[in-house]
Design a protein. Structure first.
Lengths: 407, 408
């Protein structure tokens, strides 16, 4: 079968990866999951700071493992001349360079795009930052939710008269990594035609702003009369569309279309409400939102169980979902069957669970991947790519140009 | 014009696009922004449902324009045999097919994966759905928020003893589109080596679950003892990381490492806090979070303004940000200068603001000028260029209702 000798869709591509934390490592993790070879450059002596983030057992971090499976670790002193020489020689031999330092840092290390393209005009270089490489905010430090704040996204979640309340998951970092991965792949496609690399500037701020699927154009086209804002648990322009309290949990219901509302009224034993002018269309239901919420939550409370409620909603194909906790989601048969949650094995942490790989290709199953110990692949990378013999690698380790650690 | 006369990195690629709403159209919109030719198949008579989504002016939808600039509209009755035949002929001439129907629908239309693969072994089919093509809940209707609920992302937002919130923007839909676009590009790279197309299965559920950067492994590696849930305004595993009350608004501060906490202490004029046993390590800071948050908020309140507090923190390189409203973000000089927000022109709506294209390529520094199509605007163009139909043949098909068009 064609592709038999390929591990996965990106088998054969080589990436020099300076990234750390989450946004950058997500891009290179996805490429590793697709079979690319990732040389993770970790700055001696500590390497990726996320090696210290919880859960840590025997100095091994589950956080680090999650975001760095499938990568090879090269831990070196990038300021030493011998370290720079290694990196220059590696740049010449890879397809992609990825970094997510603050703007300017990679250039000061000697590996900005001008330098990288001089060494290797075919290289695609991707820089990931909080706010972009240039502009008034580019010098600011920031992490995930800084982008949510500057991007007008945090503003959109929470009670109308309460504080902005962002879900405490990496909504920005992960998605920025995904955007970067896509951009890198598209630049590699262009390279097939042109033979040339290019420079990609991807920012957390832009990813977050990308999420505005309606608010920006609505504000703009209404001449500013419509000001998008958070409104708690329920949509403010269609109903019912929100989070409802059930017996033991919360359930989201989206019965926006009139026929869905009719079906819901029948289920609630109040079919006449479908024709009642207070509820007859979405706009009316929004006006009567307090009553709609009362009706639905009253019905939920009257049912023998939340499972019975959801079975009834399912049967009438009324869009809904239980608001699952992380624990519940990890046990849910659909997520387990699909591999949305998967079990992995780490040499030190043993078996544990992680999110699955979000991309599914018909030709390939997920790969078995290991996260590296710090500097684990110093000798392997320098040997295979640059022909360094073992003695030279040892000498560099003794001098502190290379570093390694058993975690 | 960039490298070698190309419009964009995907110049030359052809996409047959059955998507509607947001998640699917985001995929093909991104590809159009990168120069691909996107034929948007809209099912007669009305086409994409979002053509009537607000804001509507003169029958033209700003929502539709945002998500469909740069695409060509083919409005066709796919239920008629001749309509299906046209679509099958087009499948033979494109690189990528994208669809986001409920699982099974594209098959009932006559274009399931085995059919597409047989018509064109090099074609990639990308299916985007709420919960995936198979599995116990794959048949359930889906929306962005439902994916967030099933993926336990919704449960991670709000006060611990309060309800979760509905985010009023399409975090899942847009990100799923980005995931799918990346997957398609990688499948095209693979095709360069092997000549093979593939079927790609992307879902809102997987996208949302991807966001769990810590909670899943923390639950698992604690043997289930630690049960992640919404922690309110502050991270449950790092401190100080969260949303702080300011004098006039809210400020996000993120100090995930000891030395960064040190910067904050200096910015507040309280360097001694670094040695305070309550705050000396992240673990201690998480344990004493309430006291820490209170201390920080008191400092913010003591400053003449939120801007002054932010400036003081930024001087010490403390990662911090004001929580901007959409209006404030749209008017921020950085966002305008960078093109995070941009002005576009529509033939009917005139000029208005939209989010910028989030991917920047050095070889293509100027975003393309793109138009969102009227319904069926490119019926003749597509059938002529791809299948050799004459203008009369197309007119005949429109008279018979097989094709449809409208001036919006």
């Amino acid at each position: 079968m064609p592709g038999d000798s390929l591990r996965h869709v990106l088998d054969g591509y080589k990436v020099l990866d300076f990234t750390q934390y989450v946004a950058g490592p997500t891009a290179t993790l996805m490429m590793a999951e697709m079979g690319a070879e990732i040389i993770k450059v970790e700055l001696a002596p500590a390497g990726d700071p996320s090696r210290r983030l919880p859960t840590v057992k025997d100095r091994r971090s589950g956080y680090f493992v999650q975001h760095n499976r499938g990568k090879q670790s090269l831990c070196l002193d990038a300021r030493a001349p011998a370290g720079k020489e290694i990196l220059r020689d590696l740049v010449a031999r890879v397809d992609v360079v990825v970094e997510n330092f603050a703007p300017g840092v990679i250039s000061r290390l000697g590996f900005g795009y001008a330098e990288v393209s001089r060494i290797n005009p075919r290289a695609v270089m991707c820089s990931i930052s909080s706010f972009g490489q240039k502009g008034p905010l580019s010098a600011l430090t920031g992490y995930d939710w800084s982008g949510a704040a500057y991007g007008g996204v945090a503003h959109m979640i929470g009670d109308a008269d309460g504080p902005p309340t962002v879900p405490m998951v990496a909504l920005g970092d992960v998605s920025t990594g995904v955007h970067a991965m896509g951009a890198i792949a598209c630049a590699l496609l262009a390279r097939e035609r042109t033979g040339k690399g290019q420079y990609l500037d991807i920012a957390l701020l832009d990813t977050y702003f990308h999420y505005h699927e309606a608010g920006v154009q609505m504000a703009s086209l209404s001449g500013g009369r419509f000001a998008p804002k958070r409104s708690g648990r329920h949509s403010y322009y269609v109903a019912p569309a929100g989070v409802f309290r059930a017996r033991d949990r919360y359930i989201i219901v989206f019965a926006l279309e009139d026929h869905q509302w009719s079906a819901l009224c029948e289920l609630m034993g109040r079919p006449e409400l479908a024709r009642n002018s207070r509820f007859a269309n979405a706009a009316a239901r929004v006006e009567s939102l307090a009553e709609v919420i009362g009706l639905i939550e009253g019905w939920f409370a009257s049912m023998p169980s939340d499972e019975a409620t959801m079975a009834a909603l399912r049967e009438r194909r009324i869009p809904h979902a239980p608001v699952l906790t992380v624990e519940e989601a990890m046990r849910h048969p659909h997520l387990r069957e699909r591999g949305t949650i998967r079990r992995v094995r780490d040499r030190i942490l043993g078996e544990f669970e992680l999110p699955g790989f979000a991309l599914r290709f018909s030709d390939y199953q997920p790969l078995e991947l290991d996260a590296p110990l710090l500097g684990e692949h110093n000798a392997a990378v320098l040997g295979r790519y640059l022909g360094y013999p073992a003695e030279r690698v040892r000498e560099l380790e003794q001098r502190g140009v290379l570093h390694s650690a058993p975690y | 014009m960039g490298q070698d006369g190309m419009r964009g990195v995907l110049d030359g690629y052809r996409v047959l696009d059955f998507t509607q709403y947001v998640a699917g159209p985001t995929v093909t919109l991104m590809m159009a922004e990168m120069g691909a030719e996107v034929i948007k198949v809209e099912l007669a008579p009305n086409g994409d449902f979002t053509r009537i989504a607000p804001v509507l002016r003169d029958g033209r939808s700003g929502y539709f324009v945002q998500h469909n600039r740069g695409k060509k509209s083919l409005c066709i009755d796919a239920k008629q045999a001749e309509g299906l035949a046209i679509l099958k002929a087009l499948v033979g001439k494109i690189d990528v097919v994208v669809e986001n129907f409920a699982p099974g629908v594209i098959g009932r239309l006559g274009l399931d994966w085995p059919t597409i693969h047989a018509l064109n072994p090099r074609a990639i089919l990308c299916s985007v759905s709420a919960f995936g093509q198979t599995g116990p809940i794959s048949g359930q209707p889906g929306f962005d928020g439902l994916g967030a609920a099933y993926a336990a992302v919704m449960s991670m937002g709000g006060e611990p003893d309060g309800p979760p919130y509905i985010p009023h923007l399409a975090i899942g839909d847009v990100s799923t589109g980005a995931h799918a676009m990346g997957a398609i590009a990688c499948a095209l790279l693979y095709r360069e080596k092997t000549g093979r197309g593939q079927h790609l299965d992307l879902s809102l559920l997987d996208t949302y679950f991807h966001y769990h950067e810590a909670s899943v492994q923390m639950h698992s590696l604690s043997g289930g003892a630690f049960k992640p849930t919404r922690p309110g305004l502050h991270s449950f595993y790092l401190a100080p990381v969260g949303t702080f009350k300011g004098r006039s608004g809210y400020i996000v501060i993120m100090c995930p490492m000891d030395h960064i906490f040190g910067y904050l202490c200096k910015a507040m004029g309280r360097p001694e806090l670094m040695q305070d046993p309550r705050f000396a390590t992240n673990e201690q800071r998480v344990k004493n979070r309430d006291a820490l948050v209170s201390l920080i908020e008191q400092w913010i309140a003591s400053m003449p303004s939120d801007e002054a507090a932010l400036a003081a923190m930024q001087e010490y390189r403390v990662p911090c940000a004001p929580v901007l409203s959409v209006e404030e973000a749209v008017n921020h000089p950085h966002h305008r200068e960078r093109g995070t927000v941009r002005k576009v022109r529509d033939r009917i709506l005139g000029e208005f603001d939209l989010p910028g294209f989030p991917l920047r390529f050095s070889e293509f520094p100027t975003p393309l000028e793109l138009d969102a199509p009227f319904l069926g605007e490119h019926n003749a163009d597509v059938l002529g260029r791809y299948l050799g139909y004459s203008a009369e043949q197309v007119a005949e098909l429109e008279r018979r209702g097989l094709l449809r068009s409208a001036p919006r």
